[in-house]
Every structure is written in C-alpha cells, then in structure tokens.
Design a binder for this molecule. Structure first.
Ligand code: SF4
Length: 671
C-alpha cells in the first residue's frame, strides 16, 4: 500500500481514494491532485469522475466490471453542519445507466476517518466477503456467517467483532438476492435506497463495508468553519410558539388550502423547519394527500379515494404517538429522525426507525392502505431486508392493479388475493418479493421488469421513468418534477430539482444565475413550461453541490441558504465564488448525463415518464381532474437549458468546453 501525501496538512480532503478489486484481491490507494477536488469537489462529483473514467462502456451492472463507489462529502467531518451524508454510486441494474443514492447516519464520517475520500470496489467474489477498513487500507474478510442475516443483525455481529465504535454499511436479503430494488443500509436500517445498488453489492458477493477509522481531517481555517456553523445554527432555532399549533388538522387544512387556491405564496422554510424538527417527514402525509402532492391508487386516484379521515390515520400525529426517541444524523442540529416502538397486533416491533413520508405514502395512499400497524411492519421489513420502500410500494401497487384487472390471478400468486388496502396480503407480498418466492420473483426487480415478465399489456400499470419507479410526489402538483423525473441521470427521483425546492432554498440570495421567484406562484403559470428549463437546471446544479459536500437536502430548505460555499472555502483554503461552485455543480451534472449518453441513453426517448405522471389520461376526480401537463414542453425546455441535442442527447461540444469537460467532448464526439 502506498503512503498517502500531506496527511497532516489535509484541508477538507485527504487527496486519496482506496480501490478494492474483489476478483483479484488487489487493494491500493490512488492519490488525486488538488486540481481534481477543485474540479469535482467530493461526494457525487468525485464518484462521477472516477466512475466515468473506470467503468467500461456496456458493462453489465451485475457483472464484475461495474464499480461501486462509497464516497463521503467534501465537507463531511470538517466541523460544518448538516454534512454527514455519503454517496453510493455505480451503474444501475434498473435503468442501465448512472445511479447514485445517499444516506445520513454516522457511516460517512467514519469512512472519511479511514484517511480516504472514497472507496471504490470492482470485481466480484464467489464466496461472500466484507471489507474491513482502517487508516492503513482494507482487508477482505470472509462473510459466510453473515450471509442471510438482515441488516440490523449484520451490523450487530460486525460491531461485536470490531468494536462498537465502528460503522457499517451492508446489504440484507434483498441485496443478496440481487433485487433491482435493493439498497445499502447503515445505522440499523437507514438506507441509500434508489437505483438497485444493493443488488449490485450482492452480485459482487460483498455483504458489508466496516469503517473503523479514527483520523480526523484538518481544515484550512478552523475558527472560521466554527463561526459559520454557529451563525447558521443560531439562525435556525426551532423554539417557536407555532409549535403548539402543529398537528394533522392544521397540516390537512394547509394541504386543502393549497388544493383550492389558484396560487400560493412562497413555501415558508420556517414552518418546514418546525415541522421537520417536531415530526420529521411524516409531517407531509396528510398535507400531501390533501394538496394533491401524493399519488393515490397507483396514480389513478385522488383525494376523493383517500380523504383526510384516512390519511390522518397514518399521519404525523398517529406515527409520532409511537416515537420513543428522537435522533439526528452526524453534525445535524435539526434532528428530524426518530425511533418508534409498536407493540400492538401480532407482529410487535420493539425499535425501528420512524417511517419516512415516502414510505407512508408508497404503502399508504398509493395502495389505499390506512392500516398504521401494517405500515410499521412494512417499514421494518424493508429496512431489515435492505430494499427501497418507494420502489417496493410502487411494485405492490402495480401488482394489485394487475390483479384487480385480471392480468394476475390466484394461480399466479399462489393463492394470494390482492386488493387495494388489503394490508395483510400486502405484507405477505412484500415478504415474497424480498425472498424472491413465486410471484415475488416476478416482481423483485421492479415494475418495468415485472411488466415485461407478465406481458398482457401490463405496462400500462407500470409507473416508472426509464426503469425507476416514480417517487411519491405528483408532477401535476409541482410540474418541476416532470423534467427531473425524465432528465435527471438517475431518473424518477424526487430529491433533485422542483419549484417547491427553489422556493425553499432561496438560491437567488447566492447565485447570480438563480431565478428570481415571484412572491405568489399561480398554478396556471407553473404549468407552463416556457422559461422553466433554466430554473430547474440551476436547481439541479445546486443539488450536485449539495451531494458533493455530503450535505442533507433538508439543511438547504430550513432557513436561508445553507452556507456550503463559505464552509468549503474555509475548509479548503480556496477562494471560489458561489457562481464558480455552481459551475462545478453543472460540470458534475453534465458528466453524469454523459455517462448515460455514452451508454446509448437519450432521456427524452428512454426515460420518458409513464403517461399517468403527467395526467394522460387525466384523472376523473380531485384537484387535477382534467389536467394534462405539457410533458414534451417541459422536457424540451430542460434540454435547451442544458444544451442537450434532442436527437442524440449529447451536450453541445462548445458547451462541454465552457464547463471544462474535454474528456467528455472527446468521448462523445471524437472516439
Ligand atoms: S435533517 Fe434529518 S435527515 Fe437531515 S441531517 Fe438532520 S436528522 Fe439527518
């Protein structure tokens, strides 16, 4: 193993990454020059560049040539706030293109304390293995006794072996079974969920990564980092008289108001901060069902099918009644997480993470299921199996609709009767998906694969973009999602760009290119695509900075601009302007897009969302009855803002020069 450089003078980054080849057993560090970090920062940017350079075009996502990157953020462990997330990245089995997913908790800083800015794994092992990382490097260890364990048991066993202070990222049975919906878990069931990267890890025979590092990264100006953190923390107090009023009734009424009024004022980040601190994301459950944000009945229903009386049963107050502890991720002052205990019914749960809104909606409104106990069981099942709750809920919705329409019968389901809201059958179906048993095997790779296996025109119920199941936010509520669901290199994701985020993030205070938003946004104007591409593109670039620094998306939405720019300059000693960082964000975004183009993916053609996502045919009831969005218009505007060629998807050559990606220009235009 080569010795790292400048380890005692590190300024936010170590300048080296670790490579492990599971086929050959080779392990080595690679040093990266300072210029690399100024070009790509860390986190998602570092992963994008390394994977662009190293994954061969056409590599089988489940084969040894695919690589998995585990990458903490540039700001992780520097003393900045909200910056404890790590990214996992690789080629997705669901989409055949780029995938990244991220997770909070405590794994990220411990990975960075191994004196690396990222771990990259290629090859595959015939026997199950895990990686034990420390400041010196890594060892490949036998994992045969761990194979078959759920994520919590895996973590407990590894902590027994390597000490309570180590941190673990691992797969559960879903990843071992190479499900395209499997994710990678840390902190007892938190999950980097989307894109099937847990299945990739399973295909590599890699059960877990154990980080035992103790080395703390240095920063250029520690007092300045501390001061910025203190100022931001002071600015986001959650001590407010408003707290007494918060509850599902108010949330439901707010959602209803949003539904009825022709326009709304800018989203109040102060209220969102209080809601996150008090309830976490379950705060959205009743509000989003009422406003039309939540998809209902596999995107074919409306609030008429799932009214407030039902959404309240699985809403913030109902969930938080069972909360026994609150917690936050590493370096988080807001602490939106919680542990719940549920002792009712025949499947009591002693401890588990509070379900997130996405989970409550995917197994709730999407399935017309208001049985809270079943939602707790499903949340726990998925966390222990290491499977994405969004994709799994969407796949169950697809199966129910196929059953209701006669495309699946009890002969296909081994006697399981599937209906909307049939919570016991939903639990059984999810267990079979995790175990790949019978119908579960048909469904285990998500709705696109399942509809190909079932045939009979079932693709009309398979709601996805480019192979990724749609998340729990209706583009008819926020049309900004439509361009993102299509054009984001990991399509069908809700955490990149949208009008809602632009309103909360106040980007115009930081970036000269950011849109100046009107004080009141009228729905009719939001639905018009003209001029919206640039707004959404800027928001996408901003998200790349967030994911490159290891920041939490919520941190950007809870009270003025998250001072990432100030923290980065103080930590690294650079003097880059906010606009220069935004250009880095664009570089990262364009590079991820180029990864897909090189694989033959043109998003407008290959990731076009399922028609239900833009209201074709329009819903018969609810706030979006008779609403069909101009999908082509939104996609066209986004392409224009990104300088993408509609025919090929390629970024214009001249623009690649502007964002300083000569390697992409060479690959897409000359090779
Ligand atoms: S706001 Fe929530 S998800 Fe974000 S860092 Fe804090 S605890 Fe973690």
């Amino acid at each position: 193993m080569s010795e790292p450089r400048n380890l005692d003078q590190s300024n936010g980054y170590w300048g080296r990454i670790l490579h492990v080849d599971l086929s050959s057993g080779e392990i080595h560090h690679e040093e990266l020059p300072d210029a690399f970090y100024e070009r790509f920062l860390g986190g998602i940017g570092l992963a994008a560049k390394i994977l662009w350079d190293r994954i061969p075009v056409g590599a089988d996502p489940m084969g040894p040539d695919n690589m998995l990157g585990f990458v903490p953020g540039l700001l992780t462990d520097t003393g900045s706030l909200f910056t404890g997330r790590f990214m996992v990245a690789g080629k997705s089995p669901s989409t055949g293109g780029w995938a990244d997913a991220n997770c909070g908790g405590y794994f990220s800083p411990f990975l960075k304390r191994c004196r690396i800015d990222g771990l990259f794994v290629r090859g595959s092992s015939e026997a199950p293995v895990y990686l034990l990382l420390d400041e010196q490097g890594a060892e490949i260890r036998d994992a045969s006794e761990l194979w078959g364990l759920d994520t919590t048991s895996t973590e407990a066993k590894l902590k027994e072996l390597h000490g309570k202070r180590c941190q673990v990222a691992c797969i559960g049975p879903a990843g071992e079974n190479k499900s395209f919906m499997a994710g990678i878990c840390n902190d007892d069931g938190r999950i980097a969920a989307r894109g099937g990267l847990g299945g990739v890890m399973g295909a590599k025979g890699l059960k877990a990564v154990v980080a035992t590092g103790r080395a703390r990264i240095g920063v250029a100006d520690k007092p300045r980092v501390k001061q910025i953190s203190k100022d931001f923390k002071d600015a986001i107090s959650v001590d407010s008289p408003m707290n007494r009023l918060l509850g599902d009734r108010l949330l439901g009424a707010t959602g209803k108001l949003t539904r009825i009024l022709p326009g709304m004022t800018r989203q109040p980040s102060d209220l969102w901060r209080l809601l996150l601190a008090r309830f976490g994301t379950p705060a959205l459950t009743a509000m989003s069902a009422e406003s039309g944000d939540s998809p209902i009945k596999n995107w074919s229903g409306s609030v008429v099918d799932f009214p407030l009386a039902r959404s309240q049963r699985i809403g913030a107050e109902a969930v938080c009644k069972h909360e026994i502890e609150k917690y936050g991720c590493f370096s988080c002052p807001l602490r939106c997480g919680g542990i719940v205990s549920y002792n009712k019914g025949d499947r009591p749960i002693e401890r588990m993470h509070k379900p997130e809104y996405e989970t409550l909606c995917a197994f709730g409104a999407l399935l017309l299921n208001d049985d809270l106990g079943s939602l707790f069981v499903l949340n726990d099942l998925c966390n222990q199996a290491g499977i994405d709750t969004i994709s799994t809920g969407a796949t169950v919705a697809f199966a129910i609709e196929c059953f209701e329409e006669g495309l699946l019968t009890t002969a296909d389901t081994d006697g399981l009767v599937l209906h909307w809201g049939a919570s016991a059958a939903i639990i059984t179906l999810v267990e079979r998906i995790i175990a790949r048993e019978g119908i579960g095997d048909v469904l285990a790779d998500g709705v696109k694969k399942a509809s190909e296996r079932i045939g009979k025109g079932s693709d009309r119920f398979a709601v996805h973009s480019g192979g990724m199941e749609a998340p729990m936010h209706d583009a008819k509520f926020d049309p900004g999602y439509l361009a993102t669901y299509t054009c984001e290199p990991g399509p069908g994701r809700h955490t990149i760009s949208a009008f809602t985020y632009l309103e909360l993030q106040v980007l115009e205070k930081q970036f000269s290119r950011a849109p100046k938003l009107p004080p009141i946004a009228f729905k009719r104007s939001k639905n018009k695509p003209q001029g919206k591409g640039e707004m959404l593109a800027v928001d996408s670039f901003y998200k790349m900075i967030v994911d490159a620094t290891g920041a939490c998306f919520f941190g950007t939405q809870v009270g003025g601009p998250l001072p990432m720019v100030e923290w980065m300059n103080a930590a690294t000693g650079w003097t880059l302007s906010a606009d220069q960082y935004l250009q880095v964000g664009e570089r990262i975004h364009q590079l991820r897009h180029a990864f897909n183009v090189r694989e033959g993916i043109n998003p407008a053609r290959d990731c076009r969302p399922h028609p239900r996502l833009y209201g074709d045919p329009p819903l018969a009831s609810g706030p979006f009855r008779n609403t069909t969005l101009d999908a082509d218009g939104f996609i066209r505007e986004y392409y224009r803002a990104m300088h993408w060629d509609p025919e090929t998807g390629r970024t214009e050559k001249a623009h690649l020069a502007e964002v300083e990606l000569p390697e992409v220009a060479q690959a897409l235009y000359e090779d």
